[in-house]
Structures are given as structure tokens and as C-alpha cells.
Ligand binder design. Structure first.
Ligand code: GLP
Length: 232
């Protein structure tokens, strides 16, 4: 595992962008993408770049259940606003929060199998979650319906008008789906992520800290700002 510490989120996001550029120049065709505030700067840098994504495929990690694609709080909407509208890809795969559970999850695993992810971008929750895989999720999990922890609901309510508007369930790629990616870039910024980063990188590999499973993957790059790295 390579750990890179940059002075601030802007420099860290530039570093992540350069890694993606190198991978694309070396033939990467499928990007696994994340939502949340962490990758926003990376997506801005991608939008403003001269990189051409028209031959690329994207696969997104997760989506709230019960929200339509055009709902401004859906991750579908987030991705279009932050990246896809400015940088069209050949194909964007996102989970459909309104679709039938069994069918949608099985179909998404087929998508991942048919389009192996070259580089997966990840953020991390304050409780150590990756995607929406909350503590206790099996390391053998594949794409499934998940119940969000109250701490995740509280973290994400800043995007909504009211806490009660935050969906309680989501579809998320599982831990095994994430680990099947050839390379993984985990980004974390800010003091509020420092404890989760320490547990994930230096603590035991345990299902109680989903991101700790990354210690078992061959090609992980962790890109932090100084605040998120302060407990290492
Ligand atoms: C969210 C998302 C994750 C994200 C994480 C951190 O709930 N489902 O994919 O990485 O939590 O979010 P943020 O980057 O906003 O801190």
C-alpha cells in the first residue's frame, strides 16, 4: 500500500488526477467512481483537463434507494453535475435506486464482471465505510441493498434540506466487488477522517472497519491531506 500525504485537498486531488491520467495513458478503460465531497475537487480537475473520456466506461459505487435518477440528491445526478455532463464517457453504469433489488444487484455484478474496473476511486466514511458498506459488512459481500448507519445519515444530511429526507437504504457495490478492481485509490481529507484513516491503514483487518480490507489488496494508493493523516 502506497500512502501519499499532501498539504491540502487541492494538491491531493491533483495527485489523484495524475495517477488516473497515467493509468489511462497505459490503457485503462474502466474507472470506478465515488460520490461525496471528497472527490469533488478531483472531478473539477478532470472536467477542466484536456483528457478525453469518450472511450472510457465508468461504474459507480453506490446509490440511494428510493430516489429517481433526476432527483438532485441522487448520486446519478451528482455524477452528471460534477463530471459526465462536461466529460461524456462511452458508457456510465450507475445503480438505479428505484429498481427491483434482486434484479438490479445481480445485473450490476454482471456489469462489473464484463467491465473489470482498472482504477477504483474511493472515499471513506467517518466510521470506516467504503461505498455504503457499513461496519460489520461481510468481506465476501457483492452488490446488495444496505441499511445506512445513523452516523452516515448524520454525515450526509448536509446535502439535504432535512435529516428525515436522507434515505435510510442504499444499493452498494460489496467489498468483494470493490476488491476485484485492478487498482484502488482511496482519498481522505480533513480531521474528521483521521481516526477512520488510522484504523483502516494501521489497525487490524476486520469487518468492523470495512476500509481495513484494503490492506489485503495488491495495488492500493492512499492519498491524504495532512489533516486526515495526523494520527498516522
Ligand atoms: C458517503 C458515500 C461514500 C463516501 C463517503 C464519504 O456516504 N457513500 O462513497 O466515500 O460516504 O463521504 P464524503 O466524501 O462526503 O466525506
Amino acid at each position: 500500500m502506497e500512502i501519499i500525504i499532501k498539504a491540502n485537498p487541492e494538491e491531493a486531488s491533483r495527485c489523484a488526477f495524475e495517477k488516473i491520467r497515467e493509468e489511462m495513458e497505459s490503457g485503462a478503460k474502466v474507472l470506478g467512481l465515488a460520490t461525496g465531497s471528497t472527490p469533488e475537487k478531483l472531478y473539477r480537475i478532470m472536467r477542466e483537463s484536456d483528457l478525453d473520456f469518450s472511450g472510457m466506461t465508468s461504474i459507480n459505487l453506490d446509490e440511494y434507494m428510493g430516489l429517481s435518477e433526476d432527483n438532485p440528491h441522487s448520486y446519478h445526478h451528482f455524477m452528471h453535475e460534477h463530471l459526465f455532463d462536461a466529460k461524456p464517457f462511452k458508457k456510465n453504469y450507475l445503480l438505479d435506486g428505484l429498481a427491483d433489488e434482486a434484479e438490479e444487484c445481480a445485473q450490476f455484478e454482471e456489469v462489473i464482471a464484463a467491465n473489470p474496473i482498472d482504477v477504483q476511486i474511493l472515499g471513506i466514511g467517518t466510521n470506516g465505510h467504503i461505498g455504503f458498506n457499513e461496519p460489520g459488512t461481510s468481506f465476501d459481500s457483492r452488490t446488495q441493498k444496505v441499511a445506512l448507519w445513523q452516523s452516515t445519515i448524520d454525515s450526509n444530511k448536509r446535502f439535504f434540506a432535512d435529516e428525515k429526507d436522507v434515505p435510510r437504504f442504499a444499493y452498494s457495490m460489496g467489498i468483494q466487488s470493490i476488491l476485484s478492481s485492478r487498482k484502488i485509490i482511496l482519498m481522505a481529507f480533513g480531521t474528521e477522517k483521521a481516526a477512520a484513516v488510522k484504523a483502516a491503514l494501521e489497525g487490524p483487518v476486520t469487518e468492523e472497519v470495512p476500509a481495513s480490507v484494503l490492506q489485503t489488496h495488491q495495488h492500493v494508493t492512499v492519498i491524504l491531506d495532512e489533516a486526515a493523516a495526523q494520527l498516522l
